[in-house]
Design a protein around this ligand. Structure first.
Ligand code: GAR
Length: 205
């Protein structure tokens, strides 16, 4: 049974989906911790509701990013997780952390990468005028939303969409592909080769 830890900055709906999938037995894992940079994150309530330990590294209480990341790294090491899931973590991880947990760190992003990395991905998609948007789960490397892609899902952009309606349509698919990617990781069904992630057939093992 794998140990996973979730790192989130806000609402935590993706975190909740993982909690529910673990509880339902569809992900063979235990959730060892929620780590957050935001003491006001609603994700904390979700963790408490599920009896999951919470580690808060309040970004604003550190003198600089380096000091914050040193504490974050410590928290990540302490919880001893096999997999760290960035689920609505709104900062860029420094190279030290990315290196330490390489191949064990995944992120959900609300765009079809490599299009629209960084913040406000849904707004970027609307401003660009694309007809198809979506979401991506990927391994984290030292770029911004640039690591090897595990799963993607697309949704239509409809006339009349605003950021909220598009974000909601994308979020519904995030809630499908994130638990699926975590399940595949926890069942040792992912293999990274360079930029590519191969999904080993469930039947082959
Ligand atoms: C999700 O849409 C996630 O993809 C996005 O933040 C939202 C968090 O929602 N993440 C990013 O934009 C990361 N750059 P949640 O807190 O309800 O899971």
């Amino acid at each position: 049974m794998k140990r996973i830890a979730v790192i989130a900055s806000g609402r935590g709906s993706n975190f909740q989906v993982l909690i529910d999938a673990i509880r339902a037995g569809s992900i063979p894992a235990v959730c060892a911790a929620l780590i957050t940079d935001n003491p006001g994150a609603y994700a904390i309530e979700r963790a408490r509701g599920a009896g999951i330990p919470v580690m808060v590294a309040d970004y604003n209480s550190f003198p600089d990013k380096e000091a914050y990341e040193a504490r974050l790294l410590e928290a990540m090491q302490e919880c001893g997780a096999d997999l760290f899931v960035l689920a609505g973590y709104m900062r860029i991880l420094g190279p030290g952390i990315v290196r330490e947990f390489s191949g064990r760190l995944i992120n959900i992003h609300p765009a079809l990468l490599p299009a629209f990395p960084g913040l406000h991905a849904q707004r970027q998609a609307l401003d660009y005028g694309v007809k198809v948007a979506g979401c991506t789960v990927h391994f984290v490397d030292d770029g911004v939303d640039s690591g090897p892609v595990i799963i993607q899902c697309c949704v239509p952009v409809l006339e009349g969409d605003d950021e909220a309606t598009l974000a909601e349509r994308i979020l519904a698919e995030e809630h499908v592909i994130l638990p699926e990617a975590v399940r595949l990781f926890c069942e040792d069904l992912l293999r990274i080769e360079g930029r590519k992630v191969f999904i080993i057939s469930d039947n082959a093992v």
